[in-house]
Ligand binder design. Structure first.
Ligand SMILES: CC(C)(COP(=O)(O)OP(=O)(O)OC[C@H]1O[C@@H](n2cnc3c(N)ncnc32)[C@H](O)[C@@H]1OP(=O)(O)O)[C@@H](O)C(=O)NCCC(=O)NCCS
Length: 175
């Protein structure tokens, strides 16, 4: 369990899954995500069970400490122990909690865990170029722009470019 000023990151539980069904069924939430399939409890249960057995993925539920409200999910995936690299993903699924700095706090907590506990060296992510809030949040957290993938995803009737961003352990620790 990771604790910040306002947020706690804890293991995902089965009781959290209905929230994932709600969030991943909302086009406003999935607009900037690679996810595009319909979800129900069967899909989420299958995902939950699969990730429990997958040592290359770590998923955390994002919870507001004061109220224990579950507002989102943040993850490290494709964990590569040889090269000490992982990919970060985040969703603040509860739209009423957008714009309150929770993305920033959750990512900083996860970066601390990734670099100081998992001994990672590079944490990277993909963000759609039109995801202004996401890009801004990652920049605040120290991610640097590495490049742009052209027309990497087809979504909502058009091709979308992705930025690739990353932060290195030495950069994170020097802040
Ligand atoms: C992207 C997302 C994680 C941001 O979470 P959040 O908690 O609202 O983000 P924060 O409040 O920490 O910070 C977002 C920043 O973007 C800014 N922002 C938000 N919407 C914006 C907009 N439309 N235009 C410009 N800036 C915007 C905020 O003001 C804030 O910047 P500031 O700290 O300089 O004021 C959240 O909106 C989300 O989960 N969206 C759906 C899924 C998603 O896009 N995930 C990321 C995939 S890469």
């Amino acid at each position: 369990m990771l604790k910040g000023t306002n947020l706690t990151l804890r293991a995902v539980t089965r009781d959290d899954l209905p929230h994932y069904v709600e969030w991943f069924s909302d086009p406003e939430v999935t607009r900037h995500l690679l996810w595009f399939l319909p979800v129900n409890m069967d899909v989420e249960t299958e995902w939950y069970e699969r990730q429990l057995k997958d040592s290359s993925v770590l998923n955390f539920a994002i919870v507001i400490t004061a109220t224990q409200k579950h507002i989102g999910s943040v993850s490290l995936g494709k964990i590569d122990h040889k090269n000490q690299v992982a990919e970060l993903g985040i969703v603040i699924g509860d739209k009423t909690e957008w714009g309150k700095g929770y993305c920033r706090e959750a990512i900083r907590l996860l970066l601390g865990y990734g670099f100081n506990t998992l001994n990672l060296n590079r944490i990277f992510l993909h963000v759609f170029t039109e995801n202004i809030a996401g890009k801004k949040c990652y920049e605040h957290c120290g991610f640097k722009l590495e490049g742009e993938l052209r027309e990497a995803t087809f979504s909502n009737g058009k091709y979308i470019n992705h930025y690739i961003m990353s932060v290195l352990r030495r950069e994170f620790l020097s802040k």
